[in-house]
Design a protein around this ligand. Structure first.
Ligand SMILES: [Zn+2]
Length: 60
């Protein structure tokens, strides 16, 4: 059976999409959409969970 390695430590809050662009509906003068870039508070925009040293304590 295939091994399902979960060593990637992708942030489970944002699933790796740490920075999300939110369309505000407003537009800039040049016609482009004005977006807000919001970084995931859990991983602080890195897309990964806490360092391995912290994860070791969580363990099982
Ligand atoms: Zn995240």
């Amino acid at each position: 059976m295939p091994q399902h390695a979960r060593n990637t430590r992708v942030c489970r809050d944002c699933d790796g999409f740490a920075t999300v662009a939110i369309t505000t509906g407003a537009r800039h003068a040049d016609g482009t959409r004005a977006t807000l870039r919001v970084a995931c508070p859990t991983c602080k925009g890195t897309g990964h969970t806490a360092p391995a040293s912290v994860l070791a304590h969580v363990g099982r």
